[in-house]
Write a protein of this length. Sequence first.
Length: 370
Amino acid sequence: MKRILAMLMSVVMLTGVIAFAGCSKEKDDTSTTSDVLKVGVLYISPKTDGGYSQAHAEGIAQAKDALGDKIEVIEIESISDTDTELTASSIDSLVSQGCTLIFTTSYGYMEATAAAAEKYPDVYFCHCSGYTMNDTNMDVYFGQIESARYLAGIVAGLMTETDKLGYVAAYPIPECIRGINAYTLGAQSVNPDVTVTVVWTNTWFDLNAEKAAAESLLADGVDVMAQHQDSPAAINAAEEAGAYAIGYDLAYADAADAYLTAPLWNWGTYYTYKIQQVVDGDWKIENYWGGMKEGVVTLDTLSSLVSDEAVAAVEAATPDVTENGNAYVFSGPITDQDGTVRVEEGDSLSYADQMSMDWFVAGVIGNPAG
């Protein structure tokens, strides 16, 4: 993990960020060899996992609906992103089936995707949530989900009675740390007394591990649960314990007595946009980082459990969060767990510092190193 973070910190300082523009390249042998573009997608868990992979799959389905018979989609599910050989062979399979645009949707696919991009120079690769790019056929995409997490934090901060919030998170990497910090900052903006206790599962998708982590927090007095996991197991644990829950990835209807809202992905916005580039022969290398303003990220409709006070607070904050995204979420002053000022008043945390974040804000209980 230290190696990954070190690599990340060095790379992001070089890459910068490009939202919707980039270096445009055309490859006649990719986009014009057939009337139908074959698009491959790799998922870390089942397409019906009720969370992360399902959100991506629904986005791909939206793109397919939008582009119709211009594309054919080939999907491979439940490929562990910790198994580099399996990831590589799965990508080989997609290429062998004629895919000339491939999306790899999990952070751990990065190394295998980069190797495949070198191996198959006439195939386009887009990797989700990573940082490795080249200048010809591999770029990266993610979104400012922290904006919606901040708003969800406002809900949690006004719904808690114990001032103890819980957070079940996958891995101690910048992506998860950013989300925890954004959620905490949102909660603190309306309830300065709130704390957020974090438990790491060291897995993206493990129903038993996620539920056990949530149960340990609930047993310690947490009354609002949040998560950065690929399944809704933590939500179900909260409902069983009579607590509230903030979801992730998808709206969740199966825990009506617990579910408050969730930061959601609308991946269809991105997938339609990116696939259309290749269909049009106008591929662009990008570090895509859309947010609420671009429609890639949103906050789910607040459930009937949410108080009028919390509804009003979210409505008041939403315009600024939507317009300014993470620049608003991570604006100063921000102090870390040790009392060190990380962002001065009037400043905002840079993109590079967000991408390499390895510290928790004050009010988070847990170790950002895992």
